[in-house]
Design a protein around this ligand. Structure first.
Ligand SMILES: Cc1cc2nc3c(=O)[nH]c(=O)nc-3n(C[C@H](O)[C@H](O)[C@H](O)COP(=O)(O)OP(=O)(O)OC[C@H]3O[C@@H](n4cnc5c(N)ncnc54)[C@H](O)[C@@H]3O)c2cc1C
Length: 366
């Protein structure tokens, strides 16, 4: 078979976003997904659409993406909830650094406000006593990622994309890709296979960082904001073998999602009780009321992680017709729409929405 402009391998939130935008740009698109669309790490995530300000490149991609996510605010399948983000300062020193962060976010067009302790407890009365204050980012939101991925793929298919569901791409063939049933699809290929990237593109270094999550039964109104400790960025962007950070999200259902943990290089999918305990103990320190709730499920997911923490988005050097969008670590839900925009700009030779250099896969060779 022949004749696609773009063959997207992988229909997680990243691949599905790219496929959908490619169809809307008028390209003839195929999508190859070996499992359930959105069923990879996308289904294991929290779906917090968050801007982290400690890396300017990551902030630019997140900001572009947050703007694009606004198109989903009224889509029932997205389960978009504008709960806002509340970053928690444990110490006066952390509180003192908040104005710098507010300034960085403001420069990117993101509104945020500093809260003293009184204002913090007015926002979230169940927080443990003794916190110094916090930073509220009121326009940030949460979504339900696997459903968005499935919806994007369905829209791409309705727009003409050929979907090869249950088929695995085994290898990049000259001018296309070979599937596990022997089919060869011809066209440019976009590898969007998340933590399975090395199978098709072993030259691009990628490790995994396993994360645990727990979900409780329903307690509507108990927590109103997506809560994160300010030390979360150290866990997300540090290089410790393992770390935990307080991260709790109210779902529109009234359930609470409790994270987060990071374990470098752990690929086992089983829940590790000791890591779960460590993560929950951290959560109880900030939100003691959690101790009395019923956890109904716990799971793990593998964050795909590049050496510098930034995703690969762009053309693969030395592989004509091969593109990549992978390695989004703990921000791939947030940054999927911006990734798709940037990738399609590059593919179509349009002026890119943001500077593509920080994401260029060629940087790892350099
Ligand atoms: C615990 C946890 C919490 C998180 N919370 C957040 C959050 O709040 N906000 C946020 O922005 N991000 C979050 N993330 C990160 C986010 O989940 C990922 O960055 C994002 O989902 C990556 O999406 P993806 O499409 O690249 O990968 P995936 O969702 O894994 O998609 C890749 C797809 O490719 C398919 N595939 C693989 N190989 C092949 C092949 N050879 N042929 C065909 N198909 C193939 C797989 O089946 C899979 O469906 C979290 C992650 C974890 C683990």
């Amino acid at each position: 078979m022949s004749g696609f402009d773009l063959i997207v391998v992988g229909a997680g939130i990243v691949g599905a976003s790219c496929a959908d935008l490619a169809v809307r740009c008028g390209l003839r698109v195929a999508v190859v997904e070996s499992g359930v669309p959105g069923g990879g790490v996308t289904a294991a995530s929290m779906g917090h659409l968050v801007a982290m300000d400690d890396d300017p490149a990551e902030l630019a991609l997140a900001r572009l993406s947050q703007r694009l996510w606004e198109d989903f605010a009224a889509l029932p399948e997205a389960e978009f909830s504008r709960c806002g983000t509340l970053w928690l300062a444990e110490t006066p020193t952390q509180l003192q650094r908040i104005p710098e962060r507010i300034a960085r976010l403001a420069a990117a067009g993101i509104e945020a406000e500093r809260l003293d302790a009184r204002a913090l407890y007015a926002c979230e009365p169940h927080l443990a006593p003794g916190l110094a204050g916090g930073m509220r980012v009121p326009r940030e939101a949460v979504v339900y990622p696997p459903r968005v991925a499935a919806w994007l793929l369905a829209r791409a298919q309705a727009g003409g994309a050929a979907v090869y569901r249950g088929r695995r791409a085994l290898a990049l063939a000259p001018g296309g890709v070979r599937l596990d049933d022997g089919t060869v699809l011809r066209g440019q290929v976009l590898v969007a296979t998340g933590s399975d990237l090395p199978e098709l593109l072993p030259a691009l270094p990628l490790s995994v960082r396993r994360g645990h999550l727990v979900i409780t039964d329903r307690h509507p109104g108990l927590v109103r904001h997506q809560l994160l400790e300010l030390g979360y960025a150290d866990s997300a962007h540090g290089d410790a073998d393992s770390s935990v950070a307080f991260n709790v999200q109210p779902r529109p259902s009234g359930q609470l999602l409790i994270g987060s943990s990071r374990e470098q290089g752990r690929r086992e999918r089983e829940v590790d009780p000791s890591m779960l305990r460590r993560m929950l103990e951290r959560a109880f320190e900030f939100l003691p009321v959690l101790r009395g709730l019923q956890a109904i499920r716990a799971w793990t997911g593998l964050r795909p992680c590049t050496p510098d923490g930034r995703p690969y988005i762009g053309r693969v050097a030395g592989r004509p017709g091969v593109w990549v969008a992978a390695g989004h670590e703990g921000l791939g839900v947030t940054t999927a729409p911006g990734t798709a925009r940037l990738l399609l700009d590059l593919l179509l030779g349009q002026p890119p929405a943001i500077d593509p250099a920080p994401y260029d896969p060629a940087r790892v060779a350099a």
